[in-house]
Design a protein around this ligand. Sequence first.
Ligand code: 5GP
Length: 114
Amino acid sequence: MAETVFAKILRKEIDARIVHEDDQCVAFHDINPQAPVHVLIIPRKELLNVNEMADEDEQLIGHLFKVARDLASTLDLTERGYRLVINNGDHAGQTVAHLHVHLLGGRRMTWPPG
Ligand code: 5GP
């Protein structure tokens, strides 16, 4: 798989405003935020997207959502609500080839997404 900017963030070769890290994932502020809070949660494991998810990754993907829930609480989003997004592949607008969950909050979202 081609090297991504997220792989460099994981190896701390480029800076990111990291808000959480553990043995399975890292979370950091998006460089181009689309909401007052815009955090990306990425697995340490190099997975392109949900298509590449193996059965054994079930716990890992659940872990990303658990971290999102906890970060939403830390960032004071729980009560007002927030959006979790995974852009999966070309038509969804995925631009970085490393699975990531967007945690967006701090403003009212619209639906449907563009
Ligand atoms: P996607 O469009 O693939 O769902 O989301 C990729 C996200 O990564 C975009 O929101 C983009 O702003 C963010 N991003 C791309 N490069 C960097 C970077 O070097 N640092 C950080 N913090 N975010 C990045």
